[in-house]
Design a protein around this ligand. Structure first.
Ligand code: C5P
Length: 298
C-alpha cells in the first residue's frame, strides 16, 4: 500500500519584508497564492527511510536527510513514537530553488502522506505546527488557496481570491533563500526598513478576480535583492512584458519570474515569447488559487 499526495507551488503576490529579527528571520507581511504547478510525493512502507526523485530537475534535489520530505517523515515518526520506515518518491515538477516553495511543498506533502499511511490522523492544527517547524513556507503548502502570511510567513489567515492566469519563467540555476535575505540586509543597511503591512489594494484586487486591477498591486520586497544577485532577470522581465504580460515580478526569493496574464490564450503567447527570447531556461503556465496538499485517490 502507498499513499500519494499532490501539492502545489506558490507565488507571493505581495511580499513585504521587514528588518531582520534577533533570530535572523525577517518579519513578513506576505500574500501567498497556490498555483497549478504540482509535485507528487508517494509514501510506501520500506525497511529503511529513503528518498528518490524523478523529473526534469531531479538531479538538483538532495536525497539525504536534508530533504524536507525526509525531515517531515522523521519528525512525524518521532512524534508518534514509531520508526520512519518509509520510502518517499518525489515526482518533481516545481522548479528547484526557484522561489516557488518546491522543497516546502515536498515537506508538507510527505507529512500528509505519512500521516495517512501510518493512520495517525494527526489534527490539522498540529500538522500545521509541525510544518512551521520544518520551514516558513511549509504551512502554506499544506493549506493552499490564498492566504496572508505574517510572522516569518508561517502564521496564516486565508483570504478571498478570484482565479488568475500566470506564466513562470524558470531561470538557469537556483538562488539560495538565505543568500537573497542576506542581500536584502546588505541593500537596506543604514536605512530604516518599515514594519511590513498587508496591502489593502492588493487584497481587494485579489478578491475582485480582475487581473488588470491585480497587476499594479503586485509587489515583492525581495525583488531588488534577487535582481542584484541575478541582474539578467531584467531581460526576462522585458521579454515577458514585451509579449503582453500585464505585470512581472520575481517569485518569492527568485530566480523564477512570474508574469500575470489575462487568460490562458495570453499565457500561451507570453510563454512562447519567453522561450524564444533565450532569457530563461523554460516556462510553465499555471492558474491559481488551487487547493493545498491533497491525498490522491488510491
Ligand atoms: O524558514 P526557512 O527554513 O524556509 O527559511 C530559510 C532561510 O530563509 C532562513 O534560514 C532565513 O535565512 C531566511 N528567511 C528569513 N526570513 C523569513 C523566512 C526565511 O530570513 N521570514
Amino acid at each position: 500500500m502507498s499513499v500519494t499526495v499532490r501539492v502545489p507551488a506558490k507565488v507571493n503576490v505581495q511580499l513585504g519584508v521587514g528588518a531582520a529579527r534577533p533570530d535572523g528571520f525577517h518579519p513578513l507581511a506576505t500574500v501567498f497564492l497556490a498555483v497549478s504547478l504540482f509535485d507528487e510525493v508517494t509514501a510506501t512502507p520500506a525497511g529503511e527511510p529513503t528518498v528518490t526523485c524523478e523529473g526534469p530537475d531531479a538531479d538538483q534535489v538532495p536525497l539525504d536527510r536534508t530533504n524536507l520530505a525526509a525531515r517531515a517523515a522523521e519528525a512525524l515518526a518521532a512524534r508518534a513514537g514509531i520508526e520512519p520506515a518509509v520510502h518517499l518518491h518525489i515526482a518533481k515538477n516545481i522548479p528547484v530553488a526557484g522561489g516557488m516553495a518546491g522543497g516546502s511543498a515536498d515537506g508538507a506533502a510527505a507529512l500528509l502522506a505519512c500521516d495517512t499511511l501510518w493512520g495517525l490522523d494527526t489534527p490539522r492544527t498540529e500538522l500545521l505546527a509541525m510544518c512551521a517547524e520544518l520551514g516558513s513556507d511549509v504551512p502554506f503548502s499544506l493549506l493552499g488557496g490564498a492566504a496572508l502570511g505574517t510572522g516569518r510567513g508561517e502564521l496564516l489567515t486565508p483570504v478571498d481570491a478570484g482565479s488568475f492566469h500566470w506564466v513562470f519563467a524558470v531561470a538557469d540555476g537556483g538562488l539560495s533563500t538565505p543568500a537573497v535575505f542576506r542581500e536584502f540586509d546588505r541593500l537596506t543597511a543604514g536605512t530604516t526598513v518599515p514594519e511590513p503591512e498587508p496591502s489593502p489594494e492588493l487584497l481587494a484586487a485579489l478578491a475582485s478576480g480582475d487581473p488588470d486591477r491585480l497587476a499594479p498591486a503586485l509587489s515583492n520586497g525581495l525583488q531588488a535583492a534577487s535582481l542584484s544577485l541575478r541582474p539578467a532577470l531584467a531581460d526576462t522581465f522585458e521579454a515577458g512584458i514585451g509579449a503582453g504580460a500585464l505585470a512581472a515580478l520575481v517569485s518569492g526569493s527568485g530566480p523564477t519570474t512570474a508574469f500575470l496574464v489575462r487568460d490562458a490564450e495570453g499565457a500561451a503567447k507570453v510563454a512562447a515569447a519567453l522561450e524564444a527570447s533565450g532569457t530563461c531556461r523554460t516556462t510553465r503556465t499555471a492558474s491559481g488559487p488551487v487547493p493545498g496538499a491533497t491525498v490522491l485517490p488510491a
